[in-house]
Design a protein around this ligand. Structure first.
Ligand SMILES: Nc1ncnc2c1ncn2[C@@H]1O[C@H](COP(=O)(O)OP(=O)(O)OP(=O)(O)O)[C@@H](O)[C@H]1O
Length: 256
């Protein structure tokens, strides 16, 4: 059984249909990248999965449990954490305070919160070094690390990351790739919503490509990278390569 199963998802914004029969799954410990251009529907998929947008039809299950249209707070408790686009830190709070807020659903169990925070610090030692620093004074890459760390504070089985590379300098994107690989190495599956093709190719086990709210391609990273349609999507018709060649692929063990 897949960890996350999305079947026949349809969604609208007002009267406008934006998702059409979207189906895919994420296995335990897997990284699946959801790709597509601006307005393809990636964020809407993420928001439907985490309970922030009500789909018009279709089904979402997490670990076999139907979570379609459930309260987002219950979905977090059941093991899905959504880090939305935009690196929304609380700028006047410290790193430690920002992390603690990520466990607000477990806020009364202080030993659990402290253990989880130490776990985040082990995954991201740079956050430990900056634990007393105000989040607003950190670089964009560090703020991204912090919001991801905050997402891990609910101890999710699945982390949904919406465009974590947006607006980051190349060196920070490389560091982000290492962070995401470290999260998976810790056993957390990732649904990675990205426009950064090379980052997705480097990290993901499988790719799902959306266009105009339809899944137009899905399969193993190798299969999808070999499909000429992905080259056309990212490089245009004129100079699309026969196949997209990933830069160095992140070493990782195969998901079970
Ligand atoms: N709040 C909203 N109200 C109305 N239409 C919306 C709203 N949010 C998104 N849309 C529309 O829904 C479609 C899908 O948008 P969505 O944000 O899911 O795409 P996306 O692939 O995440 O794009 P981007 O990469 O630009 O964030 C687009 O046509 C968009 O204009």
């Amino acid at each position: 059984m897949a960890l996350l199963e999305v079947r026949g998802l349809c969604a609208r914004h007002g009267a406008v249909p934006v998702l059409h029969d979207v189906s895919f799954h994420v296995g335990r410990g897997e990284i699946v990248a959801l790709l597509g251009g601006n307005g393809a529907g990636k964020t809407t998929v993420a928001r439907c999965v985490s309970g922030l947008h009500r789909p018009s039809s279709g089904e979402v299950t997490l670990d076999g449990r139907d979570i379609t249209r459930c309260d987002p707070r219950r979905i977090v408790r059941w093991g899905l954490s959504h880090v939305s686009e935009g690196r929304r830190v609380f700028p006047s709070l410290t790193v430690e305070e920002n992390l603690t807020l990520g466990a607000y659903l477990d806020g009364r169990r202080t030993h659990v919160v402290a253990e989880r925070r130490e776990g985040v610090y082990r995954t991201f030692p740079r956050l430990a070094e900056r634990r007393t620093q105000r989040a607003g004074s950190m670089s964009g890459g560090e703020q991204q690390m912090l919001v991801i760390g905050r997402g891990l504070m609910s101890a999710p089985a699945l982390l949904v990351l919406d465009e974590p590379s947006a607006g980051l300098a190349p060196a920070s994107v490389a560091a982000l790739g290492e962070d995401i690989a470290a999260i998976r190495a810790g056993g957390t599956a990732v649904l990675l919503i990205e426009q950064h093709l090379q980052l997705a190719l480097r990290l993901a086990d499988r790719l799902v490509v959306l266009r105009d709210g339809h899944v137009i391609l899905s399969g193993s990273t190798e299969e999808v990278a070999a499909d000429p349609r992905i080259g056309r999507m990212y490089f245009g018709d004129g100079d699309s390569p026969d196949r997209v060649v990933p830069e160095t692929r992140q070493a990782h063990s195969s998901p079970s």
